[in-house]
Design a protein around this ligand. Sequence first.
Ligand code: HEC
Length: 188
Amino acid sequence: MRSGVGHAAAVLALAGLLTATPSQTAVAGDPVVAARRASMKEMAAAAKAIAEMFDGKRAYDPAAFKAAANALSARTGPALIAEFPVGTLGAPSGAKPEIDQARPEFEALASHIGRLAEALAAKAEEAPAAIGDDMRMGTGLPMDGGSLLGKRPNAAAADPARMPAEHLLHLILQDCASCHSKFRQRQQ
Ligand code: HEC
């Protein structure tokens, strides 16, 4: 009886090796998967809160803006990367197994959104009592492509610290979408 079980296990292990690598696949109810989904939902709530404040759909509140920006910053960058370890990718999770073959690209996206969120959190730290024009999109950037101060036209665009908060939010949302279109799949 014991040897029979051992044999079946050996066959399964062999079959596993010949098809997928079982150790790299998520299992149902994995706490790591549950934690990163909860984290993603909190990012979605935070991004929505900020977007609605800028759109006038929710009352602007500097403390709430700050809390939401900090939530985004805390969950992106290295924290986001750490939420996708080997062994938690693929079905039944919504994380594509390809993340493992494209680590540099995945991590670059996580780091990029992390820098944007960090810049947004720094701005929120000094958020005024009311939304100012300098927080709005389309301000602070040399839209005419020229420069009165002799700086390179794209210098402001390349430095998140110099972008208006609303512009940072839009770039953050673009990174959410870029990563999802490449690395997220339908959950099972
Ligand atoms: C670097 C990649 C990456 C970035 C950036 C990213 N996500 Fe995700 N997100 C994922 C992956 C992968 C999943 C699937 C996770 C799983 O099911 O295990 C996911 C899942 C989600 C989910 C579904 C959670 C659930 O309950 O199943 C939401 C909501 C979400 N992301 C929102 C966001 C928002 C909002 C942002 C930007 C502020 C964002 N994500 C940025 C990769 C990313």
